[in-house]
Design a protein around this ligand. Sequence first.
Ligand SMILES: [Zn+2]
Length: 466
Amino acid sequence: MATTGLTAKKSSLLQIQGWGFEPAATKYASRLNVDNKHLKLAKYSIGIGDRFAHQAKAQLQACVQALQNGVQVIPVWNKSNREHTIIGSEPLSVRRAADAAVQVLHWEEPYFCDADHITLQTVDRFLESCDFYTIDVADSIGKPATAADMESFVRRHPELLGRVQLEGVDEQFEVTREHLTRTAEKFLVAVKKAGEVYRKIEYAKGAGNFIPEISMDESDRTQSTMDLLIILAAIADEGIPVQTIAPKFSGRFNKGVDYVGDVAQFEPELALDVAAITYAVRQYGLPENLKLSVHSGSDKFSIYPAIHATIKRFNAGVHLKTAGTTWLEELIGLAEAGGDGLARAKEIYSEAFARRDELCSPYATVIDVDPAKLPPPDEVRGWSSEQYTSALRHVSGTAAYNSSFRQLLHVGFKIAARMGRRYLDLLELNEAVIAKNVTENLYDRHIGPVFLGRAGTVRNSTGRNA
Ligand SMILES: [Zn+2]
């Protein structure tokens, strides 16, 4: 495969820095089998989703802009098996689009392709073209572990009993044997499952030739800091050199819209989770670059200041995973272009409206569409470019922004996928206006606030700088 050479060259650039081990952790080092030849994800990285494989260059441009402003943000193109199935695409298309964008923009930093939310059943088709694997074991959370497994976990981890103090935070945790046993019971099966998936990938690709992430975010229950710490201990026991972990945070992380939850409480919770990771790296020898991965991370504008403040405070990294926000920028670009583009954007809404129940039901836990707030398609048919883009573009506080309209279209990419060339031809015809929206959205509204700690020049609904 033509792409392998490029990837291999990038890998060698990553071998400069070694993995650090604290003395207490050395007993884990051989089990985790990490060394300085391993692919390593940098401190700041952003997951980007490109549903129709047409925006990789515009997305990468946002990382180029960050680099020009002195901050390295590594792009990771992610696409789940579900997305591939809906679109009718193959993982190789993601790799090809990423490689092409990297060549055109002369990107010399690392970049990755993420097999997003894979399981033992779905990982195979991703083995050749991906070098980042998000191992999803949320379905196994709560499956009871055996008494023997629980006992041996508790025996192995006396450090998690009694008072646990994490560095850099005031809170202390009092952990009873009962609590430790119950938590182990809830998560051990899921972690063992992650081990099976990890070893399958390792067998196919070789240790260190890919970045492993473990995701538990698509679960109903929030995971506490102690849950996270216990999960990380179990992951180390299982011998998985995990580099990013996606817990289920409190609050709702709906697709493509802002965070719904207690913003003031989010920051201290995040700080505890970061402190738990630092502890686990020291204590269990997990990779020193282990960091949190924030899933459904696009458009969570109200918590970006908290994320930025926390990574600065702890000198920690973060992976911000976004996906569908780019597809919505395609629609915004088409609408902004007017003519056939606007007509197609309206047609997609009208079909999505007609099929709203079918489109929304698989995403019930991650969207909140209020049917009463959806404008009737007849009304939308009469809209100008300006009306369509300002209802869809996510700039909170503007009167025209409609989060129900936005969320319905977010899950409506199936409609565009069915249109095939009728949709793709328009993307190509209107590349410039779409690319501008894709780059601005990622850079101004995501990378800026999270990684650079400053809001970009967020555009208001009239398209001028606010
Ligand atoms: Zn996720």
